[in-house]
Design a binder for this molecule. Structure first.
Ligand code: CO8
Length: 258
């Protein structure tokens, strides 16, 4: 499918989705969000790791498109927020691992997009924040909830109430990004992390993602039950048999994802 505002490129099992509207610092208008949603739906099991990044030099995603939002009604805002929520939920439900390579501004909806990914790495020049209150609104793509769960309620309140843009190093200190890299090393670092994961069982990684993601919303007893079911579900898979056989035969496993 031809996209206007994003690029989807695969190199074997690693797919890169670039949000590519550099003139608007990759701001998310409805069309861009719809394109991201259909790109996510188009992924097959060939893709084991999905890296999201921003086109151009300056920005990952500088937020939802303010020009578009300035003209919408409350009911259109509900639809727009629902579209954003669907994209974040789709990222969390994908069987592949998702990595946000935050190469510049990740503000508002851009920060929320990164928060929807499994892992966030940032360039030294990245700035992150949820500045929506400076526009008279609040985060609308899940940022209030995902940020609070990741960095704690009080830090999330501080970031959201001040609307500040924080440098990547501070975001790392808060636990909002995992590592901060020189700009030219960011994508390479994400690919290196991807390569380490590619050695492991694809079904097991998908199951681990599912259990961590959905378990985080539940109490410990229910979450442990989810783990127990996920653990048992892997037994009998070709990957489980191959992984354990390879260990006993002192060789690298050749996983097939079956
Ligand atoms: N939307 C639309 N256009 C944008 C956006 C945006 N979010 N950000 C930047 N642009 C455009 C600018 O208007 C400008 O366009 P033009 O060249 O035509 O004037 C171009 O990108 C370059 O931007 P600047 O000239 O401003 O570049 P600077 O380097 O001076 O500043 C900043 C960079 C600091 C990133 C600045 O552009 C900025 O503050 N942008 C807005 C950041 C922001 O507030 N983001 C949050 C938006 S709200 C949001 O994301 C809500 C999500 C939930 C929605 C729920 C829906 C109901």
């Amino acid at each position: 499918m031809a996209y206007e505002n994003i690029r989807l490129e695969s190199q074997g099992p690693v797919t890169t989705l670039t949000i590519d509207r550099p003139k608007a610092l990759n701001a998310l208008n409805s069309k861009t969000l719809q394109e991201i949603e259909s790109a996510l739906q188009s992924l097959t099991s060939e893709t084991r790791v999905l890296i999201l990044t921003g086109g151009g030099e300056k920005s990952f995603v500088a937020g939802a498109d303010i020009a578009e939002m300035s003209a919408i009604s409350a009911s259109q805002a509900r639809e727009f927020a629902a579209l954003g929520h669907r994209v974040m939920a789709a990222l969390e439900s994908l069987p592949c691992v998702t990595i946000a390579a935050v190469n510049g501004f990740a503000l508002g909806g851009g920060c929320e997009l990164a928060l929807g990914c499994d892992l966030i790495y940032a360039s030294e020049k990245a700035k992150l924040g949820l500045p929506e209150v400076s526009l008279g609104v609040i985060p609308g793509f899940g940022g209030t909830q995902r940020l609070a769960r990741l960095v704690g309620k009080m830090r999330a309140k501080e970031l959201i109430f001040t609307g500040g843009h924080i440098p990547a190093a501070q975001a790392k200190e808060y636990g909002l990004v995992l590592e901060v890299l020189p700009p030219e090393q960011l994508m390479e670092h994400c690919r290196t992390v991807a390569t380490k994961m590619l050695k492991n069982g694809p079904l097991a990684i998908s199951q681990a993602k599912r259990v961590i993601e959905f378990g985080a919303d539940q109490d410990l007893r229910a979450a442990n039950e989810l783990e127990r079911q996920g653990f048992a579900a892997l037994f009998g898979s070709e990957d489980q048999r191959e992984g354990m056989k390879a260990f006993l035969e002192k060789r690298a496993a050749a996983f097939t994802g079956k």
